[in-house]
Design a binder for this molecule. Structure first.
Ligand code: IFM
Length: 436
């Protein structure tokens, strides 16, 4: 088998990381705008970012040039609801309608994430995810977005990487809102985010103008086996799903997809699980390596050695992760698989010939897609791959230094340049992944 003929070859972004226009057309501050001081490398912020808000037409034209079949973006909550009045900001909605129209004109399937970490400041001041009221606010927001856009958008994702924004924002304090809370308080936050997901899914289906497909983009860390003997594969599976590690794959996915409590999630009641466990249409996950984010320890990557290949984020390159991720998650959750993020940061710059040569990224993408194609060869239904990211952007606490994009962005001018990897991805798409 190969990739299906309607496979969604795409790329992804998130509102706060690319849009800029941080106070335009009625938008108010979000937590990354308001609280960022002192928390980002080189004192950088995302007030302008890639200026995608103003340059979205040019960006969609570049996506078309690459031949993308899909584009995953997120909505900025503070553009839709600038305050707690419950009144929708029509200008905010208009921006996303324009973007989606432009995508549809270019034959690119829009895929929308509701929450990619940019909590409105007004919502944070009301207690953010720690307040049980957050569930209602999120449902109200999801309802407004789906009412406004579901005639044009079929694919929806509720949350991006709860495994990351919950601990990084509320436990280690590395991400906004930069808190270090007690275990009990983080558990309450987790419960509210899970309830917000389930409650929003119900509301989204109720108000959608046509049947929509919903999932949630989780950071599904996987352990890959040291070798392919049945014993090692079983050890890897147990490590992926059963080892009591907070914020790993099953911590989120077991309650959400199976309605089951995972080790350490005993704070969810039976009633909670009924709300959280809503039927979803596909299993979406973001995956960068087989060992989770951060510089993995040697012992967590059985293949590691001194000088092991790494990206500019210092993450190990473990291309087999997409195969094992797709296989293990399909076996456990039984839904078609969508890779909603995978990609690498590289030290990219425009060279003397005016081009951006990034052979490392080309190699990274090929290797990872070979793993994914192996999964499709074994009849695992994989429906799409969204490269992270369509363009270089604001990489949260690391600012603009890591460059993940297929498109190079020169931040002082906003100039875009397609990298070699973008041209290469275009060829992959054209041959539907036959030439890897
Ligand atoms: O940039 C982030 C994205 O916002 C969420 N997933 C991981 C990416 C790279 O760190």
């Amino acid at each position: 088998m190969a990739f299906s003929k309607d496979f969604l070859w795409g790329a992804a972004s998130a509102a706060h990381q690319v849009e800029g226009a941080y106070l335009e057309d009625g938008k108010t501050l979000n937590i990354w705008d308001a609280l960022v001081k002192g928390h980002v490398d080189n004192g950088e912020d995302a007030k302008v970012a890639c200026d995608h808000y103003h340059r979205y037409k040019e960006d969609v034209a570049l996506m078309k040039k690459i031949g993308l079949k899909s584009y995953r973006f997120s909505i900025s909550w503070a553009r839709i609801f600038p305050d707690d009045s419950g009144k929708v900001n029509e200008k905010g909605v208009q921006f996303y309608q324009n973007l989606v129209d432009e995508l549809l004109k270019a034959n690119i399937v829009p895929m929308c994430t509701l929450y990619h970490w940019d909590m409105p400041m007004w919502f944070f001041e009301k207690g953010g995810w720690e307040s049980v009221e957050s569930v209602n606010y999120f449902v109200q927001y999801a309802e407004a977005c789906v009412k406004a856009l579901s005639d044009k958008i079929e694919y929806w994702l509720t949350f991006n990487e709860p495994e990351c924004f919950i601990p990084a924002g509320h436990e280690s304090g590395a991400h906004a809102p930069f808190l270090q809370l007690s275990d009990e308080r983080v558990k309450a936050i987790t419960r509210h985010v899970m309830l917000a997901h389930g409650s929003a899914v119900m509301k989204m289906r109720e108000v959608a103008k046509r049947p929509i497909k919903i999932s949630t983009a989780q950071a599904a860390c996987v352990t890959s086996p040291a070798d392919e003997t049945p014993e090692e594969i079983e050890k890897a599976r147990v490590s992926t799903f059963e080892t009591p590690r907070p914020y790993f794959c099953s911590w989120w996915a077991d309650p959400v997809y199976l309605g089951k409590r995972q080790v350490g999630t005993d704070y969810l009641s039976d009633e909670d699980l009924k709300i959280i466990n809503q039927p979803l249409d596909f299993f979406a996950f973001n995956m960068y390596n087989a060992d989770g984010y951060g510089a993995p320890k040697y012992e967590s990557n059985p293949r590691a050695y001194a000088g092991y290949p790494r990206t500019a984020m210092d993450w190990h390159i473990t291309p087999e992760c997409l195969y094992w991720g797709a296989r293990f998650c399909y076996e456990r959750y039984g839904l078609p698989i969508m890779i909603t993020e995978n990609g690498m940061a590289n030290i990219d710059f425009k060279m003397l010939d005016g081009k951006v040569h990034d052979p490392q990224r080309i190699d990274y993408v090929h290797r990872h897609l070979l793993g994914l194609r192996r999964a499709t060869d074994e009849n695992i239904p994989v429906i799409g791959y969204q490269y992270w990211s369509i363009m270089d952007n604001f990489e949260w606490a690391k600012g603009y230094t890591p460059r993940f994009g297929l498109i190079h962005v020169h931040y002082p001018t906003g100039e875009r340049t397609l990298k070699d990897s973008a041209y290469d991805y275009a060829k992959i798409i054209k041959t539907n992944g036959k030439k890897l």
